[in-house]
Design a protein around this ligand. Structure first.
Ligand SMILES: Cc1cc2nc3c(=O)[nH]c(=O)nc-3n(C[C@H](O)[C@H](O)[C@H](O)COP(=O)(O)O)c2cc1C
Length: 376
């Protein structure tokens, strides 16, 4: 099942796992795949500690870090500016709308000692670059960027250190540009994926991107939760799969149990692609949060990154309450359509073993079809 990209990265299973949990990163990499730590809301001290912990537990296996340096945002395509500059752009009408929602749904305030949302508010070009510097001081093998290729100097710094660069795209139109920019691994993410996504399905997008970029490695993202889906992605020409949603409900995930239970109960029809979280279309669990932003009374989401900054405290309050066992109709999470198949909590190692066995079995089945035809 190994692909050329596996050989380049020292992996035995062509599976990448995006996750906020350092423990999931370690378990996926130890099982032969690659754990990729998502660090968008992580402050510098926590990131340093998380990467130290991973280094101490991962047995030298390869892992990656995923940052979010948007190529396009409200202030154009240059650096995003300071968080204070951006905060001044939040229209009072939008601030009132969010305050009204939180009051209507009785979301408790954060206690004064909780400052987790500050990290989200400080999601600026400068903060993302600090994250890159911290990551490059650790033995990472891959740096991924969520929204377009990272800036050229970041790509050069990675390549100088032997770190491959990955970037997520949602349309084949962007593929050649990514390759030109020096991206080594293109993650073709279909509309069924959790988080930011375009409108084209994985099944259609992956072959288009594979054809557009020649020998550059392509990973299939969006809707992969079983070994059968892994095998299908390989059949489409991908050199592996990039997964996210399925790791939200494993035993080692950081997901609060209340939210995990909502995800366990959700069907594949219970997600929506909405700008309500970040200002860019992102697939998420459909709850009163996305419904409210769709409502006629809503002022409409702000562009990226303002919507993120506008809603950061609200999200922090909802999660803080959820971690204390308080559910709320507004509580949501980015998640893909694969949520309908996420029905039980298992360890990361169990999920990995299942994916590998399922992919092997699917490939054997397909090979047998070929043999039957040849002999029949
Ligand atoms: C909760 C959640 C948060 C995500 N946040 C990010 C992110 O910060 N950066 C990123 O590159 N991708 C992010 N993604 C997208 C994943 O990297 C991945 O592409 C996607 O989950 C794949 O589709 P799937 O959800 O069907 O597995 C997120 C996905 C989820 C489910």
């Amino acid at each position: 099942m190994k692909t050329p990209l596996c050989d380049r990265l020292g992996m035995t299973v062509p599976l990448f796992a995006f996750t906020r949990s350092p423990r999931v990163v370690v378990e996926v990499s130890r099982a032969g795949g690659m754990g990729v730590l998502g660090v968008i809301a992580t402050d510098a001290a926590t990131l340093e500690a998380d990467l130290d912990w991973i280094d101490a537990h991962i047995d030298g296996k390869p892992y990656g870090v995923d940052v979010v340096i948007p190529a396009q945002h409200v202030s154009g395509s240059g650096p995003m500016g300071s968080s204070e500059d951006l905060a001044a752009l939040l229209p009072p009408e939008h601030v009132r709308f969010v305050d009204g929602l939180l009051a209507r749904y009785g979301v408790p305030p954060l206690p004064p000692e909780v400052t987790a949302h500050e990290a989200l508010k400080a999601w600026t070009d400068a903060a993302s670059r600090d994250q890159v510097e911290i990551a490059l001081r650790h033995p990472i093998k891959l740096l991924a960027n969520a929204l377009g290729p990272p800036p050229p100097d970041v790509i050069t710094r990675c390549h100088d250190r032997g770190v491959l660069v990955a970037a997520l795209i949602g349309s084949a139109r962007h593929a050649a540009k990514q390759k030109e920019a020096g991206v080594d691994v293109i993650v073709a993410q279909g509309t069924e994926a959790g988080g930011h996504c375009g409108e084209i399905s994985t099944f259609v997008l992956v072959p288009e991107v594979v054809d557009a970029v020649g020998d550059t490695a392509v990973l299939a993202a969006g809707g992969v939760g079983t070994g059968r889906q892994m095998a299908a992605a390989l059949a489409l020409g991908a050199q592996g799969v990039w997964t996210g949603s399925i790791w939200l409900i494993v035993a080692e995930a950081l997901t609060p149990p209340i939210l995990r239970d909502k995800l366990l109960a959700a069907t594949s029809a219970d997600t929506v692609r909405s700008r309500a979280i970040s200002g860019k279309p992102a697939r998420q669990l459909k709850t009163a949060w996305s419904d409210s932003w769709d409502d006629r009374a809503s002022p409409g989401p702000l562009p990226m990154p303002l919507q993120f900054m506008l809603t950061a405290e609200a999200v922090a309050r909802l999660y803080h309450a959820a971690e204390r066992g308080l559910d709320n109709p507004l509580l949501t999470s980015p998640v893909g359509q694969i949520v309908g198949a996420m029905n039980e909590v298992r360890t990361t190692a169990e999920v990995m073993a299942d994916l590998v066995a399922g992919c092997d079995a699917a490939i054997r089945r397909l090979n047998a079809l070929g043999t039957a035809r040849a002999t029949g």
